[in-house]
Design a protein around this ligand. Structure first.
Ligand SMILES: Nc1ncnc2c1ncn2[C@@H]1O[C@H](COP(=O)(O)OP(=O)(O)O)[C@@H](O)[C@H]1O
Ligand SMILES: [Mg+2]
Length: 344
């Protein structure tokens, strides 16, 4: 596919649209905004990765799409699925959409599985919740799904309990359950973070293959740029509740516009170091949502910050692939005189 972000291409259009989303959580000292004006879209069949360090607001953004914010609330903005507004949708409608239209793959597959029921019972249940089928039909479909996700001897696996499976096998069952209702949108929040790198590669390959075969779009949440590189058509880089960069994965990896994106790319864990070895860290940490710095939210950690970054919020500047970067340095028109540490 050779097209820019703005080129809709044949048969696409938008499946999920998130527009200027703001999410607040109540705290003893008042409401705190943890997602601060996030916008992105996902088209049918594509993979969009949301990447950023822990605490950036990735999970909260996906929970907002699912209508599962708990004590949190959407303070403003819109989330639409195939044109249907979700932020105002009722509990019952959201429950219907989850599973039927949107399915979730979790970081810890055990959170999707009930330890007290056999794998077969749970996949059958996932099939029958949203679709009237006989038990026999659902069972046959469950066996087929377990075969599709690569579990050996699926007939026998139907009778296994979750604890009898390895982490990788559990996540395969998680993928099977997510696909049970042929959702248009899969949301996977760090689906391979708990797995070792070999199993991670297998699960990512499986997700890619099944996504293509089922024609589902994938919203993939990760902190790992190497996962983005392997999986995503487009990428949304989040920092401290905002999108700092967005664009086609090939462009973002080859020519990252934002200093935070550059830092994330150079901190990719390699297969050699494995994930028990700490990443070459970006010094400092994501600010607490109640202590957001003035100016650019990344400026205290940014190796390229100029004085203006400390006081003025950066503009959102377009990139050649139809993406964007939220950075003063991306703005060719910005007045950056007095840069490099000088005060104004
Ligand atoms: N239930 C909650 N109540 C208050 N704050 C929350 C809640 N859930 C998440 N947050 C805060 O929202 C911010 C973003 O969290 P999260 O979306 O989980 O980040 P990520 O998934 O990118 O690691 C964090 O500062 C986190 O502490
Ligand atoms: Mg998270």
């Amino acid at each position: 596919m050779v097209q820019t972000e703005n080129d809709p291409g044949a048969g696409s259009g938008t499946l999920l649209q998130v527009e200027d989303l703001r999410v607040e959580f109540p705290t003893p000292s008042g409401a705190v905004e943890v997602v601060a004006g996030v916008s992105f879209d996902v088209r049918p069949g594509e993979t969009v990765a949301v990447v950023g360090e822990s605490g950036s607001g990735k999970s909260v953004t996906s929970l907002a799409v699912l209508g599962l914010l708990g004590p949190g609330r959407v303070a403003s903005g819109t989330i639409t699925l195939r044109g249907e507004e979700l932020t105002g949708a009722g509990r019952d409608r959201l429950r219907t959409l989850r599973g039927a239209e949107i399915a979730m793959i979790f970081q810890n597959p055990m959170s999707a599985l009930d330890p007290l029921f056999s794998v077969g019972d749970q996949v059958v249940e996932a099939i029958r919740v949203h679709r009237p089928t006989t038990r026999a039909q659902a069972r046959a479909r469950a066996v087929e799904l377990l075969r599709e996700v690569g579990l050996p001897d699926p007939e026998r696996r139907m009778r296994s309990y979750p604890h009898e499976l390895s982490g990788g096998q559990q996540q395969r069952v998680g993928v099977a359950m997510a696909l049970a209702c042929d959702p248009g949108l899969l949301i996977a929040d760090e689906p391979t973070t708990a797995l070792d790198v070999t199993v991670e590669a297998q699960i990512l390959a499986l997700m890619r293959r099944l996504q293509a075969e089922h024609g589902a779009a994938l919203l993939l949440i990760t902190h790992d740029m190497s996962v983005v590189a392997r999986m995503a058509d487009r990428v949304v880089v989040m920092y401290a509740g905002q999108v700092v960069e967005r664009g086609r994965t090939d462009r973002v990896l080859a020519a990252p516009a934002h200093p935070y994106t550059r830092a994330l790319i150079t901190s990719v864990p390699t297969v050699d170091t494995g994930r028990d070895v700490p990443l070459p860290a970006i010094p400092g940490r994501v600010p607490n949502p109640s202590e957001i710095p003035a100016g650019c939210r990344f400026h205290p950690r940014c190796p390229e910050a100029v004085p203006r970054c400390r006081t003025e919020q950066p503009p959102v500047v377009g990139t050649p692939d139809g993406g964007e970067s939220r950075c003063w340095l991306s703005d060719p028109a910005a007045e950056l005189a007095g840069a490099a540490g000088a005060t104004r």
